[in-house]
Design a protein around this ligand. Structure first.
Ligand SMILES: *[C@@H]1O[C@H](CO)[C@@H](O)[C@H](O)[C@H]1NC(C)=O
Ligand SMILES: *[C@@H]1O[C@H](CO)[C@@H](O)[C@H](O)[C@H]1NC(C)=O
Ligand SMILES: *[C@@H]1O[C@H](CO)[C@@H](O)[C@H](O)[C@H]1NC(C)=O
Length: 539
């Protein structure tokens, strides 16, 4: 390294230190000024595109994207003069080209669910009205091709599902759990003969304001599911349909829709024998029924080692109260808590006091000092907003529409802007230690070894081995990212060639319980700074 570079680095470091004193960490940018729709459900695909999806029964507004055939939703056309909606409410946004391309979706996707299948196709299920039992597919493509939604006609869900949660299983099937008035589970692909399995836990956990919708579902590395609804949770053996364990109740009131906090499973690491779940924030019990828009949200978080013999919730307070926050697993294993409000509950016109400061949660820090306030944004993202990790380490924020229809002339207008938040690891001072992936296989096999070649501009890698972490692409909606997962791989530096270039010997996850089959973003993380990810298929 040239002496002038060293001086430059020192200078940037000093500027950063000054900047940190003046401000909170993290920066914001607008990616798309007018996406034409407010995304209620958002996913990132392996082609580095983002699928935006709203409900399709907003009819008729001047927004959305014009479509060729107009549609009258059969169940909302009691209107004496049914007004056909000639717009589509889905689009695909290419991260390089900032102009979203409309996609065609007809049936109603309002409050639906989804998950990527092992071959990278997005499965999307349920919704309201004519979409209640619908199954849809989106096979993503590169930006030169014109892939679109396919709404299946030959197969449908056994039970209608509105506000359900999907989770991919170790064998690549997807479990579809719960929903409004759906105390059951079903699978995709369906079992021969179809049908549902009753899941009485959802009825046991119910209260008088539906606080069990969009249950938090996490696939633990022992293959069982951790299912959380209201303030209760169970360990569920989905293969034999047995509840193996009831966890203690989480204090502080309900945490799922319409009182949503959010939840993540911490990064899986080491020998993958342990998994820890956290649940943070939520509305005050009763705020929803009373339509109490100024009821202060909760700041409390519970953390539980779901695989422990006698698990207990460890409680901790966030520095800000939050309802409808999104918890995003960053490539480092830290968690970004972003979006939402400080008062009210979920539902139309039911929240106030936007929570503009994201908070970073560092799971490895001491209890009581895990939260770090980040730079505030300017755009309120309340009900029906989303947050997704991008392959470049930024976090994409879309949506917010706390109204029955699109409304741009009210206190919290329908939000058509798409933004990105860059955590501090992307600050200029870290540019010199940001690894670049030069070589990586396209496919990795369970339990198999594989090599990743990386370069670093400022090669001080002798100070430690980088992490290689694989992140799933979840289906983000209603403050919960279905199927979100980060797995830290076993890594050693196998070879270092010229200064700054390293070959890392990695071991793929042992099985589908640790990481279900499918496409993952592989990040090399060096001293807390992630590379741009490469997509790899785990088979
Ligand atoms: C996947 O596993 C589930 C058990 O949890 C089972 O019911 C289903 O039949 C399996 N799917 C396939 C395709 O084998
Ligand atoms: C869990 O919620 C129920 C009401 O749904 C309540 O009666 C119970 O006290 C709550 N448990 C705790 C620990 O707060
Ligand atoms: C938008 O919201 C305002 C304030 O609540 C209301 O007066 C107006 O009628 C709404 N507009 C539409 C198009 O719904």
């Amino acid at each position: 390294m040239k002496p002038s570079n060293v001086i430059l680095i020192l200078l940037i470091w000093m500027l950063e230190i000054l900047a940190l004193h003046a401000d909170f960490p993290g920066t914001w940018e607008v990616l798309v000024h007018n996406a034409r729709i407010a995304s209620m459900h958002t996913v990132v695909t392996r082609f580095n595109t983002v699928v935006l999806l709203d409900r399709t029964d907003l009819s008729p507004t001047e927004h959305g994207y014009p479509r060729y055939h107009c549609h009258v939703d059969p169940q909302i056309s009691e209107d004496p003069e049914p007004r056909p909606d000639c717009y589509t409410y889905s689009a695909v946004y290419d991260l390089i080209n900032p102009s979203p391309r409309p996609l065609t979706i007809i049936t109603d996707t309002w409050c639906s669910s989804g998950q990527f299948l092992p071959d990278g196709t997005l499965l999307q299920t349920g919704g309201d009205h004519d979409g209640f039992k619908k199954i849809r597919m989106f096979a993503p493509c590169d930006t030169k091709s014109l892939c679109d939604w396919e709404e299946l006609d030959d197969i449908e869900l056994t039970q209608g599902r509105w506000y359900s949660t999907n989770q991919i299983l170790p064998n690549g099937s997807v479990i579809i759990l719960g929903g409004k008035d759906a105390v059951s589970i079903e699978l995709f692909p369906p079992k021969s003969g179809g049908g549902v399995v009753n899941f009485p836990f959802l009825a046991d956990a119910a209260d008088d304001q539906m606080d069990t919708l969009y249950p938090y579902v996490h696939l633990l590395p022992n293959g069982h599911l951790f299912v959380f609804a209201n303030n209760k949770s169970v360990l569920y053996d989905h293969t034999n349909n047995i509840v193996l364990k009831q966890y203690p109740q989480l204090e502080g009131g309900p945490r799922n829709y319409p009182s949503a906090g959010s939840s993540v499973m911490l990064a899986l690491t080491g020998d993958y024998s342990s998994a820890t779940i956290i649940v943070c924030g939520g509305a005050q019990y009763g705020a929803y029924n009373a339509m109490h828009t100024t009821a202060p949200a909760k700041s409390s978080c519970g953390r539980i080692e779901a695989t422990a013999k006698e698990p207990v919730w460890e409680m901790e307070d966030m520095p800000v109260r939050r309802i409808m926050g999104d918890m995003v697993m960053l490539p480092t294993g830290d968690i970004l808590i972003i979006n939402g409000a400080q008062s009210g509950s979920q539902g139309f016109e039911l929240a106030s006091n936007p929570c503009l400061h994201p908070v970073l949660y560092k799971p490895d820090a001491q209890l009581g000092s895990r939260f770090f306030i980040q730079n505030p944004g300017k755009v309120p993202r309340l009900y029906h907003s989303t947050a997704n990790l991008l392959p470049d380490g930024r976090v994409l924020l879309a949506g917010s529409n706390p109204h029955s229809y699109y409304n741009f002339s009210t206190e919290f207008p329908t939000e058509l802007k798409i933004e990105a938040f860059s955590p501090d690891y992307l600050s200029p001072v870290n540019k010199f230690i940001r690894p670049t992936i030069i070589e990586i296989p396209e496919k990795i096999r369970y339990g198999g070894g594989f090599d990743v070649v990386v370069t670093v501009d400022f090669p001080v890698m002798v100070l430690g081995v980088p992490e290689v972490n694989i992140a799933s692409a979840p289906f983000a909606t209603h403050s919960f990212s279905q199927g979100q997962r980060l797995v830290k791989l076993d890594v050693s530096v196998a070879w270092s060639g010229r200064l700054g270039s390293y070959r890392l010997a990695c071991k793929a996850p042992p099985d589908g319980k640790v990481a279900p089959p499918g496409y993952y973003m592989v990040f090399v993380v060096y001293r807390g700074v992630p590379s741009v990810a490469k997509w790899v298929q785990l088979v």
